[in-house]
Write a protein that binds this ligand. Structure first.
Ligand code: IDP
Ligand code: MG
Length: 149
């Protein structure tokens, strides 16, 4: 089953939105298969955002992500990479659908609450940055057969 890397950024935890955001992913029908509350080091943040190195927002984004604890998670489900991005909304909350997480709970691109992998390939890379293989669980849930055939 497809997996994606999701991170609740420091503002999500500081603003008490962790439960609300996790609930949306749960209610959608995705399965949480790994989670840890952690402080991201500068070294890890630079690896995470390596594709943006050299851009103007790189340094502020690394500072933001390392400023306070985050919750790193792996979620599993059918087309979860694209569907989680859809639940998150556009990168800039000002342009995000108001029903989305970023559109509903954030106002500025520099504090957009949540990270989600942008492709299956990125998901594999990002999951590997934050989790070891043993930390990713495989289990069935009672409602699995009611989510897809
Ligand atoms: P994404 O998080 O929707 O994939 P990316 O373009 O990959 O968006 O940018 C990574 C992160 O960098 C964003 O989520 C946001 O935290 C930050 N960021 C992107 N563009 C800007 C900007 O123009 N100003 C400030 N921060 C930005
Ligand atoms: Mg991105």
């Amino acid at each position: 089953m497809e997996k994606t890397f999701i991170m609740l950024k420091p503002d999500a935890l500081q603003r008490d939105l962790a439960g609300e955001i996790i609930a949306r992913l749960e209610k959608k029908g995705f399965k949480l298969v790994a989670a840890k509350l952690m402080r991201v080091s500068r070294e890890l943040a630079e690896k995470h955002y390596q594709e943006h190195k050299g851009k103007g927002f790189f340094e502020p984004t690394v500072a933001y992500i390392t400023s306070s604890p985050v919750m790193a998670m792996v979620w599993e489900g059918k087309n979860v990479v694209a569907q989680a991005r859809s639940l998150m909304g556009a990168t800039n909350p000002a342009q995000a659908d108001p029903g989305s997480i970023r559109g509903g709970f954030a106002v500025d691109v520099s504090r957009n609450l949540i990270h989600g992998s942008d492709s299956v390939e990125s998901a594999g890379r990002e999951i590997g940055l934050y989790f070891s293989a043993e930390e990713i669980l495989s289990y069935s849930k009672a409602g699995d057969e009611w989510l897809s055939e």
